[in-house]
Design a protein. Structure first.
Length: 319
């Protein structure tokens, strides 16, 4: 006998599914209590800063860097998509070359965090409070919030890495494609936030070199993501499409970055520190270990140094 689904059965199934997810989340919180508390604190700071910015927008004073930040985020999306395109015909690259390219991207992200986020943040923080040590403390506070945010998202969002496999609560209930999408989002969101924060005061000398660096490093990053998806069994078209669409997180992140850095005077140095902390976490926690996992540490390190030097030149030239 065939049992037909009724609306009541559908509602009950949905409620059971939601209850199951909640149980998984509660258990995960108990197992990672300190990380959960840190994530909660970071989200409270982000929401507070966003509320300050939204209040200004409602009052009729939108952030001066809103349009440049959005364009910068779109540039990151475009270069991510462009970098993914060769995966239509390439199934893989020699591992040494792939690790070198990722090292190049890591070096550019490290230098961008230092030259285009932390140094302007220290200058802005000192100008706000009139004291260099207190100004540095404001930036360090932002860095801490960025690290807590990324640590919490990494622990509580189900995702999958190419080498280490799935992780996060309920990952076994998610399709593999979604796990990869969530993993990519954890990389691209902080990059978009950094673009938004750098443009939030309308200062092109801060935003332009940072956006240029992120857009350039998104090319090898987009290719690496697409090739990882292909090696996981995705078709060439689907791998390129998913890798390209992951770049949409950059304009979304850029709008978020503008929002959290455009309210209170101290929001700008805090936002710069938060973006730097987020990017440094991704580089140290994900990118560098990935490039050193296959025995090509020297090639990856040389790529990192080249990327750092390139970003230093870009910041000096465009800043």
């Amino acid at each position: 006998m065939t049992v037909r689904a009724t609306p009541r059965n559908g509602v009950a199934a949905l409620a059971a599914t939601q209850s199951g997810w909640l149980d998984l989340l509660r258990n995960h919180v108990r197992e990672h209590m300190l990380i959960a508390v840190g994530l909660g604190l970071a989200l409270l700071v982000v929401l507070f800063l966003l509320a300050q910015s939204i209040t200004q927008i409602v009052a009729g004073t939108p952030p001066p860097g809103l349009l440049p930040a959005l364009l910068g985020g779109v540039a990151g999306f475009a270069t991510t998509a462009m970098g993914a395109l060769p995966a239509l015909i390439l199934r893989s690259l020699p591992q040494r070359i792939e690790d070198s390219l990722l090292g190049l991207a890591a070096g550019m992200m490290l230098a961008a965090s230092a030259f285009s986020l932390l140094l302007p943040g220290l200058e802005a923080g000192t100008a706000v409070v009139g004291n260099a040590a207190l100004g540095a403390g404001i930036v360090v506070l932002g860095m801490g919030m960025g690290v807590l945010l990324m640590l919490g998202l990494d622990a509580f969002i189900p995702h999958e890495h190419d080498k280490t496999g799935p992780c996060g609560p309920g990952h076994e209930r998610c399709g593999r494609i979604w796990l990869f999408v969530f993993a990519i989002a954890l990389h691209n969101l902080p990059e978009g936030m950094a673009i938004g924060v750098s443009f939030s005061q309308g200062d092109m000398s801060v935003g332009l070199p940072l956006t240029t660096a992120i857009a350039l490093q998104d090319i090898p990053e987009g290719l690496a993501v697409a090739l990882a998806l292909r090696s996981a069994g995705f078709t060439p078209t689907l791998a390129v499409l998913v890798a390209a669409l992951s770049g949409l997180l950059e304009p979304v992140g850029s709008l978020l970055g503008v929002g959290l850095s455009s309210g209170l005077a101290a929001a700008y140095p805090i936002g710069l520190g938060l973006a730097a902390g987020s990017m440094l976490f991704v580089v140290s926690h994900e990118v560098i270990p990935e490039t050193h996992r296959n025995g090509h540490q020297t090639s990856a390190t040389l790529g990192l140094m080249a990327g750092f030097a390139l970003m230093m030149v870009l910041d000096t030239t465009l800043g």
